[in-house]
Write a protein that binds this ligand. Structure first.
Ligand code: NAD
Length: 463
């Protein structure tokens, strides 16, 4: 659905009116066009003294041939040089230089006094980040810190990125990546994603990277040879997920209810995938999924995207609407996972990716049934993650306002509020959710397990 306000804001007269009235000014966000270069524009790298992740960050910047800069930090220069990355000089106070991304290794911050390092690094360059740019702070997972003081200081980083995400405007996204002790080799898929336009509508998020086996992938086709099943694939977000998975090299099995057969056939034909017309609430859904994926070398990735809303205030809600929403959005995914995990239905290094919602985080008027189901999805991820073995992972995305048929059905005033009440002042596109799912799906993301990442442009709801 097109956003008429954004079209108006781009016109000269619209721009003039919006600036003068102080209205939200949505910029056109950069989105994925080709796997290389990962980032268009310069990267400024910084580090607090004694930080331990800079060598791995430098290695990743070197792998993606990023045009990288650093200020007057000789410790960082040496670390980067050892990782094969040449950092061009950047003189503090040079207001002409503009950066597409700024990456700061904060892992060396040991106590709250040293949080001054954030101010020292970011204050002089705060106005030098380009439209649709990135601020990425990399820290140490507080739970794995060596002292209480260090844990407190690392936890404090969250307030910084969330504020920067709200302050910098111009479509600039800010994220915090927590890396467990000895997990820095698992950082690459996350850093590539966050630097690239794939993460256009993800902001104010905390992603946790844990130690896992490191799997080499072809970064231009990270799902080559993989079989992916996407539920609810005939339209909306599911259709976008199917397209992105196929683009990344997977064979995609598109699942939806039999009533959606025509659209399902269309999507599968567009991406050279196959079709499974099935209601996910059927008692034998897990068995059918296992049977169809067995013919493709087994299942590598399942994306539980199918979902419905049946909004009513609690006082007006009929019991069958309560049950229907919870059954489709939560119980069906639980049952399918149980079957697949107990019957060798998911390959080694397999991925389960769920679709929650910010309604499941913030709650929403008229959505008690939906919010229960989507909060339950978060529980499903959190409590399944520690039980998985053989490199399998489970993660979820929690979309905010995404432009689909589901949100087109929302009354105008509520829809407009949903669209604007976020740091990007606009709704997201289905592809934004799909790209985040592709991060979790990648064979290189074994270090991501139990994460819930919101794709909401840093919505004020539940923030
Ligand atoms: P949509 O209504 O456009 O698509 C949902 C698809 O799921 C449909 O094709 C539908 O036929 C299918 N489906 C429903 N019940 C099914 C069943 N029992 N078995 C198999 N397939 C079934 O919705 P969308 O906006 O693309 O949303 C996709 C997911 O994203 C949902 O889980 C939704 O809750 C979630 N979400 C969407 C938004 C948004 O802004 N659009 C925000 C947060 C979360």
């Amino acid at each position: 659905m097109s956003d008429q306000y954004q079209v108006f804001a781009k016109s000269p007269i619209g721009n003039f009116i919006i600036k003068n009235l102080g209205l939200p000014s949505p910029v056109e966000l950069d989105r994925f066009e080709a796997p290389t270069p990962v980032i268009h524009g310069a990267v400024l790298l910084g580090a607090a003294p004694g930080s331990s992740l800079s060598a791995d960050i430098a290695q990743i910047l070197s792998n993606i041939h990023a045009n990288s800069y650093a200020g007057n930090n000789s410790e960082l220069q040496q670390v980067a040089a050892r990782a094969g990355l040449t950092l061009s000089a950047f003189n503090e106070g040079d207001k002409e230089s503009k950066f597409k991304a700024v990456v700061f290794d904060a892992s060396g911050i040991q106590n709250s006094e040293q949080l001054h390092e954030l101010y020292k690094f970011f204050n002089p360059i705060a106005r030098q980040i380009q439209t649709s740019g990135r601020v990425i702070v990399v820290g140490l997972t507080p739970e794995s810190a060596g002292s209480v003081q260090q844990a407190i200081a690392q936890r404090a980083l969250e307030g910084f990125v969330k504020s920067v995400g709200k302050e910098f405007k111009k479509g600039i996204a800010a994220q915090l990546v927590y890396v467990d002790q000895a997990a820095s080799a698992n950082l690459e898929s996350t850093l590539r994603f966050l630097l690239s336009p794939r993460s256009a509508y993800v902001s104010g998020q905390v992603i946790r990277v844990s130690k896992a086996s490191v799997v080499d992938v072809d970064w231009s086709k990270p799902l080559a040879g993989k079989t992916v099943l996407v539920t609810g694939a005939s339209r909306g977000i599911g259709e976008a997920i199917a397209h992105v998975m196929a683009r990344d090299g997977a064979h995609v099995i598109c699942l939806d209810v039999p009533q959606q057969q025509a659209d399902l056939d269309r999507v599968a034909a567009e991406i050279g995938g196959s079709v499974l017309a099935l209601d996910i609430t059927a008692a034998d859904a897990g068995e059918k999924i296992k049977a169809v994926t067995a013919t493709q070398g087994g299942l590598d990735v399942i994306v539980h995207n199918a979902g419905i809303t049946r909004d009513k205030t609690l006082a007006n809600m009929k019991p069958e609407l309560w049950d229907l929403v919870i059954n489709i959005n939560l119980t069906a995914a639980e049952r399918i996972n149980d079957f697949l995990l107990n019957n060798d239905g998911l390959n080694e290094n397999g991925r389960i990716i769920c679709v929650s919602s910010i309604s499941g985080i913030a709650g929403n008027l008229g959505q008690t049934n939906y919010a229960v189901s989507k909060a339950g999805v978060i529980g499903l991820v959190k409590f399944t993650a520690p039980m998985l073995k053989k490199g399998m992972t489970i993660n979820a995305v929690a979309p905010g306002f995404i432009e689909t048929q589901m949100t087109a059905a929302i009354p105008f005033a509520i829809r407009e509020a949903g669209r604007r009440m976020n740091s990007m002042s606009q709704g997201g596109q289905p592809v934004d959710v799909a790209e985040t799912i592709a991060l979790f799906a990648s064979a290189a993301s074994t270090g991501l397990n139990g994460n819930i990442v919101r794709v909401c442009g840093q919505s004020l709801l539940g923030a």
